[in-house]
Design a protein. Structure first.
Length: 354
């Protein structure tokens, strides 16, 4: 039922409804905005998120889309801070209209998620080979050290081969761990940089070891719930399917140059990946807006949609979006509050999918 739309039109419609491109400041701090700056920024977003360069989106006959204009706007506006602010607007508005999949299951990552109030919930390939941990109250009381190798006294439970969490390591670095949590929560530092710092030369630093020890508590709780709670397993499966859908969408958008980054310097790579993330957020917001409208129409004209079906609806769709072609940049002419016409789900689709 979602309307068919060209990617540039989608970007401009989302901007018309949210103003997310207006949040990108000039690198100098100047508040002046050039005429038709939204068209230039939309073209740059398409060029960088699709990995196709400026030539396909440049229009010599349009001042805002001339190649020299795009180069200048990119230098002035298309930087990490601006991309981050634009994404923040879309993420905030997305919450008004709901986790992360990764190949790394390190104890350190569990700890960083937990101390910030989040839950790291990956799917482990083989739980039987995954180490579980327990907290020994004797260590909390200071009666034994982190190097103690004695039995936990739990009888048959010892067959699980549990290892003790190093509580002293957590207590020793707790103040620093809390400061790290504050820095992450206020976006003062990136998690990637912290992990890189705490795993210098392939070995955990003292702070990194403390985070790993803390993470082992939550890792074990996560694994135990996977083993024993069926509803939890279903929830994790749904979340991971969402993550995989996002990866598929990213691959569809980032099709240029065989999906390979060709930037020769780190900042350029970061900005291009930031543009891809911003494009994905724009697509997600637009899809959510129209999925909500489609659900409202179906419920108004029939028996309604079950909660189970609604729970499976995903805004990470892309079959209706055209990422190829001549890339027209025209602002949408939609009356305030009105949406594009939804497609009839029962009609024959006269446009073959790719």
């Amino acid at each position: 039922m979602l309307p068919r739309i060209d990617y540039p039109e989608l970007i401009l419609e989302v901007n018309a409804r949210t103003g997310f491109l207006d949040a990108m400041p000039h690198i100098s701090g100047s508040l002046a905005r050039r005429d038709d700056l939204d068209l230039s920024l939309a073209a740059l977003l398409v060029a960088r998120s699709c990995n196709i360069g400026l030539t396909p989106v440049a229009k010599p006959g349009t001042a805002a889309l001339g190649e020299s204009r795009l180069v200048g706007v990119e230098k002035g506006y298309f930087h990490g801070e601006g991309i981050g602010k634009a994404s923040a607007i879309l993420v905030t508005k997305q919450a008004d209209i709901g986790i992360t999949d990764t190949g790394s299951y390190s104890d350190l990552v569990y700890g960083m998620f937990a101390i910030c109030g989040y839950q790291f919930a990956p799917r482990h390939a083989d739980i039987t080979d995954t180490q579980m941990w327990w907290i020994d109250v004797a260590m909390l009381r200071g009666e034994i050290t982190r190097d103690h190798r004695g039995s936990n006294g739990w009888g048959a439970f010892n067959e699980l081969q549990l290892r003790r969490v190093s509580v002293p390591a957590i207590l020793e670095h707790w103040d620093d761990m809390v400061r790290v949590a504050g820095s992450l929560s206020t976006n003062k530092v990136r998690a990637y940089d912290l992990i890189k710092m705490m795993t210098a030369d392939g070995r955990l630093t003292g702070l990194g070891n403390a985070f790993a020890a803390y993470g082992r508590i939550f890792k074990t709780l996560h694994l135990l719930q996977i083993i024993h709670v069926e509803s939890y397993r279903r929830m994790i499966g749904t979340q991971l399917n969402t993550g995989e859908s996002r990866h598929q969408l990213a691959r569809r958008v980032f099709f240029g140059n065989l999906g390979q980054l060709r930037q020769s310097y780190e900042r350029g790579m970061e900005n291009q990946l930031g543009a891809l993330g911003l494009g994905l957020n724009a697509i997600t917001w637009w899809n959510s807006l129209y999925i909500d409208a489609a659900v409202a129409r179906l419920e108004a004209g029939g028996p309604g949609i079950s909660h189970e079906i609604k729970a499976r609806l995903s805004p990470l769709l892309f079959e209706h979006i055209n990422f190829h072609g001549s890339y027209p940049f025209h602002r949408p002419h939609l009356e305030e509050g009105r949406l594009r016409e939804l497609r009839d789900p029962g009609a024959v689709d006269d446009e073959p999918e790719e």
